[in-house]
Write a protein that binds this ligand. Structure first.
Ligand code: COA
Length: 284
C-alpha cells in the first residue's frame, strides 16, 4: 500500500455534478467499463452521484444512487480505481449513498467484485440477471401487439408502473418517453396493461423496462421493440423468468455477463411478477 493510503481512506465524499463527467468516464475506463454518455446524463438528472477525489487528480471512486420516493432506491456504477482498491472506499461510498437515500429498500446488481462487499453490508441475493446481446438488428415474426406511446398515455403508464414497480418512477419514465428510441404500450378494454421501452446507450439498445400483465404480453412487447429498434439489442433477463432466456436464445442473442440481484432492507415493493426487465442495471 502506498504512503497516500491513510489520506485516501478518509478523504471526503462529495456530490458530483455534470462538471465531473469526464472524471466518471476515466474511472469507468480504468475498470474497462464502456463510456456511456447518454446514460450518464440521465443518471445525473434523476440520481445522486457521489465521488471521492484522488489527491493526485481525477476521481478515486464513485457511486450513483437513484431514489424512487421513500420506498426504494437503486444503486449502480460503483467503481473504485484499481490503484485505490481494498482501502475501504467502496464500503464508504455504499454506506454514504444508502444513508443519503434513506429508503426502505435498496436494490442493486452485483459483479463478482462487488458481491462480497455488499454481503458484508447486509445485502442478500434474490436472483440473478444474465445479459443477452444480439449480433444484428432482429426481425421477429408475428403481428405487432403494441403501439407507440404518446404524451397523452403518460398518466396511465405511471399508474400502471406505480402498481407493478411499487415506487414512483415518474421522473425516469417521463424522460424515457421523450428520449427512448421506442416506447410502446399494449391497450386493452380497461386501458393500458403493459409498456416497454428501447433505449440506446452504446451500440446496443436495451429493451427495458418491460412491464406487462403476463409473460406472453412481455414477449410480445420485446418482439415489437426489437423490430422497431434499428440497431443491435440487449436484454437483461432475470432468472425468475426462464421464458425470457428461451426467447433470447431462440432469436440468436448471445449470452454476456451475469450479475447477482441483491436487496437490502424490506422486500421489493409492488407486484414484481409484472416487472420483466429492469430499466438498466444502474436504475432498477
Ligand atoms: C467492487 C469495488 C467497488 C470494491 O471497492 P473497494 O474500495 O476495493 O472496496 P472496499 O475496500 O470497501 O472493500 C473491499 C475489500 O477490502 C477490504 N478492506 C477495506 N479496507 C481495507 C484496508 N484498509 N486494508 C485492507 N483491506 C481493506 C474490505 O474488508 C473488503 O474485503 P473483502 O474483499 O474480503 O470483502 C471495486 O473492486 C471495483 O471498482 N471493482 C470493479 C468494478 C466493479 O465490479 N464494481 C462493482 C459493481 S457491482
Amino acid at each position: 500500500m502506498s504512503s497516500d493510503a491513510p489520506a485516501i481512506s478518509t478523504a471526503p465524499i462529495r456530490r458530483l455534478t455534470l462538471d465531473d463527467l469526464q472524471g466518471c468516464f476515466l474511472l469507468a475506463t480504468d475498470r474497462d467499463w464502456p463510456v456511456e454518455e447518454k446514460k450518464w446524463h440521465l443518471l445525473f438528472e434523476i440520481g445522486s452521484v457521489y465521488g471521492i477525489d484522488d489527491p493526485d487528480g481525477g476521481l478515486a471512486g464513485m457511486v450513483v444512487c437513484t431514489p424512487y420516493g421513500r420506498e426504494l432506491s437503486a444503486i449502480g456504477m460503483m467503481v473504485v480505481a484499481k490503484r485505490h482498491e481494498r482501502r475501504g472506499l467502496g464500503g464508504r461510498l455504499m454506506r454514504h449513498a444508502m444513508e443519503q437515500s434513506g429508503t426502505a429498500t435498496t436494490w442493486l446488481t452485483a459483479t463478482a467484485f462487488g458481491q462480497p462487499l455488499y454481503e458484508k453490508l447486509g445485502f442478500r441475493i434474490i436472483s440473478q440477471i444474465t445479459t443477452y446481446l444480439s449480433e444484428a438488428h432482429l426481425l421477429p415474426q408475428g403481428d405487432l401487439v403494441s403501439r407507440q406511446a404518446t404524451q397523452a398515455d403518460l398518466p396511465a403508464i405511471l399508474e400502471l408502473d406505480r402498481a407493478a414497480f411499487g415506487a414512483p418512477r415518474a421522473e425516469l419514465l417521463t424522460r424515457l418517453l421523450a428520449r427512448a428510441e421506442a416506447f410502446r404500450v399494449i391497450d386493452s378494454a380497461g386501458g393500458i396493461t403493459g409498456f416497454g421501452a428501447s433505449w440506446q446507450t452504446t451500440e446496443f439498445a436495451c429493451l427495458s423496462p418491460v412491464v406487462a400483465e403476463d409473460m406472453d404480453a412481455a414477449l410480445g412487447l420485446l418482439s415489437d421493440l426489437a423490430r422497431v429498434t434499428p440497431c443491435r439489442v440487449r436484454i437483461d433477463a432475470d432468472h425468475r423468468f426462464p421464458r425470457l432466456h428461451a426467447w433470447a436464445e431462440a432469436h440468436g442473442l448471445q449470452k454476456g455477463f451475469q450479475n447477482a440481484v441483491m436487496i437490502h432492507g424490506e422486500p421489493l415493493p409492488g407486484d414484481r411478477a409484472r416487472v420483466f426487465t429492469p430499466t438498466m442495471m444502474a436504475l432498477g
